[in-house]
Write a protein that binds this ligand. Structure first.
Ligand SMILES: Nc1nc2c(ncn2[C@@H]2O[C@H](COP(=O)(O)OP(=O)(O)OP(=O)(O)O)[C@@H](O)[C@H]2O)c(=O)[nH]1
Ligand SMILES: [K+]
Ligand SMILES: [Mg+2]
Length: 433
């Protein structure tokens, strides 16, 4: 029998209200012991809560959610306490004395998954919703938490199971006169399923970026005005600016939101022949960041000829060329945006360009469901096995491949290999959820 667990579900510290949740077979007994009697299910009741000695701990709103129609699927309760640390501690102590134990991070949602109240992808949506910093992220998380991916996967798994059953019939009754249409229909079923999964993978290409946000890097020669540009874009003095070349030696990060997506804007050390090992490390970090970033701003000072290192960078990867210091010079450069951190000229256009790029990389329509590498890997696996099944030379091999495709979908929804995958997923959770 599972333990009865409890946790503070609201943020710790002083607040108007602190919410403690309870879940497990002992939840009803605990609630009755503290509140006198069990209140009516799902109706808020005002009760005095007492400890084992009968001492009043708080006057609180309590809710009773008998299983299985609760968040976790178990008997559960909520205590809406006055939000002082002493009240919360007193109630926690009383719950422990009555036999409950503090919950592990994510343990409530984990129980919900184990009790079939939601699948693993919906649980991930719950974490994402808690972590969401922008509207686009929240929309994506809500769709996931609402079972958007789960419903798709269950539909695919059902069809796959049907195909597998027909394929097995083909094997079992090989000598009998099964209609050739059966074999053909299995083949067609595999092809249409593969096409659907493939389309979804393609349509959701930017889904992971919506969840993780975008990486934007500013690169260019020393004194090109990179740090000034960072500060101008984020509207504060995040990086040190000076007339001395080589001011920035390490990466300086600042956050901003682009078209509803969180982004990290990274200022880097100027690209140059380094004079010592610290400078060399700075340049190495800059170049590395430039390779990894989703978007690179290649800054060329408007009052000097373009430098070879920045030109080489522009050759190597797609960048947005930016001519800086447009108030003092206007180097002609094809396709470049002209900006001045000093006068603010061109900053609006640069921002618009960044937003357009962000939308191209991660369509923030909220229509995406694939939001993690785990989702993509499992669907790619399922797709690879479907293709294997389509090309299989023997009926037995085709059945094996279909079984593997079904397992891949099962890993995605948490039906297969649950424990270890659950551990990994719930490691991200906070306590009380
Ligand atoms: N006139 C003018 N000067 C600018 C502008 N932007 C930067 N500067 C000046 O250019 C010099 C270098 O600016 P930084 O922002 O430190 O340049 P950086 O590329 O970060 O330099 P390093 O970190 O040393 O590589 C400073 O003296 C700035 O005041 C601008 O838009 N117009
Ligand atoms: K500088
Ligand atoms: Mg700098």
């Amino acid at each position: 029998m599972p333990d009865t667990i409890f946790a503070l579900a609201t943020a710790p510290g002083r607040a108007a209200i602190a919410l403690i949740r309870l879940s497990g077979p002992g939840a009803g007994g605990l609630l009755a012991a503290m509140a006198g009697t069990l209140p009516q299910p799902r109706l808020a009741s005002l009760r005095r809560l007492r400890d084992l000695r009968g001492e009043v701990l708080d006057k609180a709103l309590v809710l009773w959610f008998p299983g299985p129609s609760s968040y976790t699927g178990e008997d559960s309760a909520e205590l809406h306490l006055h939000g002082g640390p002493a009240v919360v501690e007193g109630v926690g102590d009383a719950l422990v004395a009555l036999g409950a134990r503090p919950a592990e991070p994510g343990e409530f949602t984990r129980r919900a998954v184990l009790n079939g109240r939601m699948d693993l992808t919906a649980a991930e949506g719950v974490i994402d919703l808690i972590e969401a910093e922008t509207a686009a992220q929240a929309r994506q998380a809500l769709r996931l938490a609402g079972g958007g991916l789960a419903v798709l996967c269950h539909g695919w798994a059902d069809r796959l199971a049907g195909l597998l059953a027909r394929q097995e019939a083909l094997i079992e009754f090989e000598d009998e006169d099964l209609p050739g249409t059966l074999e053909r229909s299995v083949g067609e079923g595999i092809a249409s399923l593969a096409a659907e999964i493939g389309n979804r993978l393609e349509a959701d290409a930017g889904g992971e970026r919506i969840r993780t946000g975008l990486d934007v890097a500013i690169l260019g020669a020393p004194n090109a005005g990179k740090s000034s540009l960072l500060n101008a874009l984020v509207g504060r003095e995040a990086a040190i600016v000076s007339a001395r070349a080589g001011t920035t030696r390490d990466i300086v990060e600042a956050r901003l939101v682009l078209a509803g997506l969180p982004a990290v804007l990274a200022d880097t050390a100027g690209l140059r022949e380094a004079a010592d090992e610290i400078e060399a490390e700075g340049v190495r970090r800059a170049l590395h960041r430039g390779e990894e970033a989703d978007i690179v701003l290649a800054v060329l000072p408007g009052d000097a000829p373009p430098d070879p290192a920045t030109l080489a960078l522009l050759e190597r990867r797609p960048c947005i060329p930016v001519v800086s210091k447009s108030d003092v010079g206007s180097l002609p450069f094809p396709g470049a945006l002209r900006v001045s951190a000093r006068t603010g000229q061109g900053l609006e256009e640069l921002r618009a360009r960044l937003e357009a790029e962000a939308m191209r990389l991660a369509p923030a329509s909220g229509a995406t469901l694939i939001s993690r590498p785990r989702h993509r890997a499992a669907l790619r696996d399922a797709l690879a096995w479907l293709r294997e099944a389509a090309g299989a030379a023997l009926p037995e091999l085709r059945a094996d491949a279909l079984r593997e495709a079904l397992r891949a979908l099962g890993r995605l929804t948490g039906k297969v290999g649950a424990e270890e995958i659950l551990d990994r997923v719930f490691a991200e959770f906070c306590i009380g959820k």
